[in-house]
Structures are given as structure tokens and as C-alpha cells.
Design a protein around this ligand. Structure first.
Ligand SMILES: Cc1cc2nc3c(=O)[nH]c(=O)nc-3n(C[C@H](O)[C@H](O)[C@H](O)COP(=O)(O)OP(=O)(O)OC[C@H]3O[C@@H](n4cnc5c(N)ncnc54)[C@H](O)[C@@H]3O)c2cc1C
Length: 510
């Protein structure tokens, strides 16, 4: 019998971070195998289909994709940009922020339009709006890789105090206008904005990317994962689905030699990269192999809130497609809605009509995302239900979901009178869905919550105590498709020449 194949790298998880790392390493001559536990690749890029509509479970729009911008160039380098089917969101309004007073305010693409539109709505607040835009750009300058630079003195690691600016505090310091505060930070669900913890840098990195090119993925975000896999295979890499990594084997030097999957198979490599959240990573690779202080730190970190998603398939030509997102706030305390009052739920709704190649005039479907705490579904936490391991949850859970769906339909009726008549079918998911499919603790939306009061504790290094185990994904720099892609570059810079790579990425101007 021939010896099992020895790879240079085994990557656990096929989220955007795992797949981008895999492509980068394969492109640079390494042999790579990706192991994914699910039936479908992509992690938060997974989609599902009902009533001939494709629904995104995670990603709804992506920033930094205008020609020459950061994600545009990174996707070009990874070889996937040209294959993407993108729909640019409206330039003069990619996000519409609706406040409880019924007024709506646009976030436009391009800084000139972004500030001009807001100044039109708040003429007396020009100074604050200008200051906000300047601060966002200033903050981004401290993140070299975000700007495709190697970094000099002006970096966040040389100036860690910049990570200690709280977003809510900063916005309160530039304006006393409550409406403007809520409008500037109105897309908070994109990063689970929280008054008491969210650093300004998270807001800046994310908002800047959307101001510089906001796009929907036509017919779903899974195209990113599929294109990355195609590129991986082109460079000789491999991927196996339905491979849940459950444990690892070590040699006498305490290096990992191979990982074991739940089906009894094992895969050997010289180095391993985990695309999982650090908590399951520690559990799978053995608690005893990590320093107690590290384990404790990770265990104490708070994760971002989870969500309830509702997916409506709509009757044909009944509801217009809108080429922007709506953040619909029912409470002026928009950055306190992460810790909501269950009786008042939902405080904030994120709404979008996914882009479909079939029609851009009418929406085929509509998705709504609302924060949901794990506590609400805790009584069912010992159940598990995925396509691979189906198991229907009890009547009480179905009732719980139906009641939540009804609350959202009522909100939709308020905003779009007659909406109920346009619904064909309703589907929904809870924090348990994210926990089961992606493996993030408590179904957290964006992984570890960044905290401006303790930025170092929420910073995750790509290297671990186990000398040949590395981490990648949304917890490294920041979450989102852009954040996890940058995280993949940071991970791979342990193995490929950063300067040479950045030089190549920068060549993709067009
Ligand atoms: C509801 C929602 C909406 C979002 N909206 C947006 C948006 O509009 N725009 C945006 O840019 N970002 C958005 N995000 C954030 C973005 O999707 C994530 O930050 C990003 O996709 C995370 O990528 P990742 O590389 O960390 O891996 P993940 O997507 O977390 O994937 C991890 C992978 O590891 C696999 N895995 C876990 N355990 C094992 C195991 N034991 N063995 C094998 N495989 C395993 C999982 O199955 C999964 O495939 C959203 C996220 C959510 C949840």
C-alpha cells in the first residue's frame, strides 16, 4: 500500500479566508489540501435555493471593488475578479438609513457625494460631516495592507493608541445632533456596532471600503467560493467536502503530523492552517497544546451577536427591486440594539433585494436580517440540523420561528403597506443555523468582538503555540469579505514574500 500523500499545507475550513490562503499558497508552488466539513463550500458564502430563488446566507454586498481599489486588486491577484458577476449598487445611495421618525438618509459612493448628500440633509452639520470623512480616511491610513503598502512608521502596530478610539464616543464628540449620529453609524449591523465596544477603526475600514465601491453578487455570493476553488485546482490544489476535522496527531516535537476527520480519514502535511474560530481550533487541536493564558484569553473574549434571517420569495413582478440596502431603525438608540429588549424586537432591520440575472426591475426575493441573541435559542442548543446531518427541531422551535417571522412581516407591512400580499413563501434561520453550518460559537455573526477598551486582547495572531499551526479568517484583522481576504494575506506572509506579493497586487490597476 502506498504511503498517504504528504501535503505542504492542510487548511481546515473553506471560508473566504481558507480558500484565499489556499489559492495564494498554491500559486506560490505549495501543495495544498482544503478540508471542509459541509456539503457546500464557502462558509458564510453559502447559498440555498427555494422557489427558484437563490438566497445568500451571509454576504449581501461587498466593498472595495471599484477599479484599482484594495479588494479589486486582491481579487485580481487571486485570479477571480474577471469571473465575478457583479451589480454596482446605486452610486448616489448604496445604503439608505431610515430613522424611527420615518425620514430616510442616503449613504452615497465616493467621498464627495457621500458628504454632499449628508450636508444637504443636515446643512448646519457640515463641519461634523467633513470631520467624520477626514477621520475615516485618516484611520484607514494606519492599516498598511489595507492600502496595499508594506508599512512605515504610521501603522496601527506602531501606534496602538489609535485602536482605542470608540466609534460611538467619537461621533458624539463631533456632533450633538442625534439624527446625524444615527445616520453616520446607521449601517451598524454590518459590523454589529455597539456603543460600549466598537472601535472607530472597524467602522472606518468597513465604511471606507463601501464608499469606494459597493457591489452585490448577482445570483449569490457562492460564486466567489466557486471561482477560488477553480483557481486552486488550476494551481494543483485540492479540496474535499464533507470532511469534518475532529482531532490531530502530533510527533515528539509537538508538531502536528496529520488531522483526523469524523469519517475516520486522516490527512498529513508539514503545516496546518485553521480557518475556524479560535475556540473550536483550540478544542480540536487539543487544549493541552496551548498556553493556559492564551486559552483563558480566548475563552473570555466576547463574540459578536448572532442574527435571525428571514427570506421571502415573492410573487412574480409584485415588488420592485431596489438597488441599495435599507437599514430600518425603530429605535433612536440604534447602537444599543445589539442588547435589545425582547418585547420590542426587532429594533433594527437590514433589508435587501438580492440581485438576480432574471430581472432587475422586480425583486424575486427579499432578505431581512435582525440581531438575535443566542440566549433566545439556547434551549435547543443541543440539537443539530444541516443538509448533511438533518434532524428536525421540535414544535416549540418551529413556533418560536413562526412568531419571529410574524413580527418581521408586521414591520414590513408598516414600511411597505400590502407587503404580505406579495409573499410567496417565508423561510428563516436562527443563531443555531450559523452555529451548525459555520461552527462559530453561539452562531456569532462576525466572530470575536473588537473592543476599543482592550484592543490587544481582541487581536488574534496568525501564529500559535503549536509551531506548525497557523490561523486565518475573519478574526485576524477584521471580518467581512475584505477583512478575511486581508487576513489571508497576513497568514500567507508567514510563507510567501510580502514585498514581492504586494508589488504584484499593486500592478493590477485595471
Ligand atoms: C449573516 C451574515 C451576513 C454577512 N454579511 C456580509 C456582507 O454583506 N458583506 C461582507 O463583506 N461580509 C458579510 N458577512 C461577514 C463575512 O461573511 C465573514 O466575515 C466572512 O465570510 C468570514 O470568512 P472566514 O474566512 O472567517 O470563514 P467562515 O465563513 O467563518 O468559514 C469557516 C469555514 O470553516 C468550516 N469549518 C468549521 N469547522 C470545521 C471543521 N471542524 N472541519 C472542517 N471545516 C470546518 C466551516 O464549515 C466554514 O466553511 C456576513 C456574515 C454573516 C454571518
Amino acid at each position: 500500500m502506498s504511503a498517504p500523500k504528504q501535503y505542504d499545507f492542510v487548511i481546515v475550513g473553506s471560508g473566504i479566508g481558507g480558500l484565499s490562503s489556499a489559492v495564494m499558497l498554491a500559486k506560490n508552488g505549495y501543495s495544498v489540501l482544503v478540508l471542509e466539513k459541509n456539503h457546500q463550500i464557502g462558509g458564510a458564502l453559502q447559498v440555498f435555493s427555494r422557489d427558484k430563488c437563490i438566497f445568500d446566507t451571509g454576504v449581501h454586498y461587498i466593498g472595495g471593488l471599484d477599479e484599482g481599489e484594495n479588494l479589486y486588486r486582491m481579487f485580481k491577484y487571486l485570479g477571480i475578479y474577471d469571473g465575478l458577476n457583479l451589480q454596482s449598487l446605486d452610486r448616489d445611495c448604496f445604503d439608505l438609513i431610515r430613522l424611527p421618525n420615518g425620514k430616510s438618509y442616503p449613504h452615497a459612493q465616493g467621498y464627495a457625494a457621500f458628504s454632499a448628500n449628508l450636508i444637504q440633509c443636515f446643512p448646519e452639520e457640515k463641519k461634523a460631516i467633513d470631520a467624520f470623512c477626514v477621520k475615516v480616511r485618516e484611520m484607514c491610513d494606519f492599516f498598511p495592507l489595507y492600502n496595499l503598502e508594506m508599512g512605515d512608521e504610521q501603522t496601527y502596530y506602531n501606534n496602538p493608541e489609535i485602536l482605542m478610539l470608540g466609534a460611538w464616543d467619537y461621533v458624539c464628540s463631533i456632533t450633538e445632533n442625534e439624527d446625524l449620529r444615527n445616520v453616520l453609524l446607521g449601517s451598524g449591523p454590518l459590523y454589529a456596532g455597539d456603543q460600549k465596544s466598537t472601535p472607530f477603526y472597524v467602522v472606518a475600514l468597513i465604511m471606507n471600503s463601501y464608499i469606494k465601491g459597493s457591489y452585490r453578487l448577482v445570483d449569490g455570493g457562492s460564486q466567489i467560493a466557486k471561482l477560488l476553488v477553480k483557481e486552486l485546482r488550476k494551481h494543483g490544489g485540492e479540496i474535499l467536502k464533507r470532511k469534518e476535522v475532529v482531532s490531530a496527531n502530533f510527533n515528539e516535537q509537538k508538531e502536528i503530523t496529520s488531522v483526523n476527520c469524523s469519517d475516520g480519514t486522516s490527512y498529513a502535511a508539514s503545516k496546518f492552517i485553521s480557518n475556524m474560530h479560535p475556540t473550536p481550533t483550540i478544542n480540536i487541536f487539543g487544549k493541552q497544546n496551548f498556553r493556559p493564558a492564551y486559552r483563558d484569553r480566548i475563552a473570555k473574549l466576547e463574540n459578536t451577536v448572532s442574527s435571525f434571517m428571514i427570506y421571502f420569495s415573492l410573487k412574480e413582478n409584485s415588488f420592485p427591486y431596489f438597488n441599495y440596502n435599507i437599514y430600518d431603525h425603530y429605535s433612536m438608540d440604534c447602537w444599543n440594539s445589539v442588547k435589545y429588549d425582547v418585547n420590542e424586537w426587532p429594533h433594527t432591520l437590514y433589508l435587501c433585494t438580492p440581485a438576480s440575472s432574471k430581472s432587475m426591475e422586480y425583486a424575486e426575493s427579499l432578505c431581512v436580517m435582525c440581531y438575535m441573541s443566542y440566549e433566545e435559542v439556547k434551549e435547543w442548543e443541543n440539537t443539530f440540523n444541516t443538509v448533511l446531518n438533518p434532524s428536525k427541531r421540535d414544535e416549540a422551535y418551529q413556533k418560536f420561528k413562526a412568531e419571529k417571522e410574524q413580527k418581521i412581516v408586521e414591520r414590513m407591512e408598516l414600511r411597505f403597506p400590502g407587503f404580505s400580499e406579495k409573499i410567496m413563501n417565508v423561510y428563516s434561520s436562527t443563531p443555531l443555523t450559523y452555529k451548525d453550518y459555520i461552527g462559530t460559537p453561539e452562531g456569532s455573526l462576525y466572530g470575536i468582538m473588537k473592543d476599543y477598551k482592550n484592543p490587544i486582547a481582541t487581536t488574534i495572531n496568525t501564529k500559535t503555540r503549536i509551531s506548525n499551526l497557523y490561523l486565518t479568517g475573519q478574526n485576524i484583522i477584521f471580518h467581512g469579505i475584505l477583512g478575511a481576504t486581508i487576513g489571508a494575506f497576513v497568514t500567507c506572509f508567514n510563507f510567501i514574500d510580502p514585498e514581492e506579493t504586494i508589488k504584484k497586487i499593486k500592478e493590477y490597476e485595471k
